[in-house]
Design a binder for this molecule. Sequence first.
Ligand SMILES: [Mg+2]
Length: 250
Amino acid sequence: MSSIRKLNKEIVMYYYRSLRPLAALTFDLDDTLYDNHPVIRKTEQKAVAFLQKYHPRLINFQVADLYRLRRKLRKKEPEIYHDVTRWRWRAIHLALSQHGLCNTASTIGANHTMQHFALWRSQIEVPSETHTTLAALRERYPLAAITNGNADISLCGLADYFQFVLRAGLDGRAKPYQDMYQLASQRLGVVAGKILHVGDNLNTDIAGALHSGFQACWINEDHRCFIQTVQPHLLPHIVIPRLESLVTLL
Ligand SMILES: [Mg+2]
């Protein structure tokens, strides 16, 4: 049975476990601090448009083709998903080589395309509420970010809130594996049980954090019904509809 704390008529925090004292917070990035879908959609379209112009043989190449190649790579190398940037690079390299470019030309083309990808990937629109919330929380707790993605938050004004950012691939296997949670605890110098991880994904963020000994906060923006689908030991400590509900932790 959960307990409910009403903050105002829109912002409600649901408690499913009692929250223990906190000494630090970690955050997922994509779809937790900003809506990632528009930027990814646009970035993929721009990257494919770049490829279509890069070589005449790729004039008809589509985003769906890129996803087909990613699936093909994942089937052959199941662990490749841990480094999403490398996975994207490999898919582009494969696209170029399948269209008859030699290995060197495919490598150069994949490098150029990923540079173009990174340009658009950083065009993230961060809501003002995210800035307000992180600025307030930073006054009280050390903050760190843990992401499976490849957003460069120094380009969208979020980097200053965090002591560090951990990225899957570079800093360990992707969430829900415990690698980055354990590393975050070490680098913060805070035991796992005193860290609250905040994220939008019940598997990578909530199950991953709980298995790592963290406390967990799920952002349930769509008010999804989840009680029946989540095993009791994987229930988050708290559930909030919007990031700014977290200011009540102050
Ligand atoms: Mg996310």
